[in-house]
Design a binder for this molecule. Sequence first.
Ligand SMILES: [Zn+2]
Length: 59
Amino acid sequence: MVRINSFKCPHCGKMVVGQIVDSRPIPYGRIRRRICEECSRRFTTIEKPEEVKGNGKRS
Ligand SMILES: [Zn+2]
């Protein structure tokens, strides 16, 4: 399954992927700083890890 994350730019309100310019881990996920390809302004996303590393357990 290929899925592209897109985010709503807080500046122009469009759904964009954004160019990642910075990425840092945080205890509950990851913070990425992105540049909107529509308006070229920066915004920050907080992403939670969705990939469960396979221990075979599915609820
Ligand atoms: Zn934008």
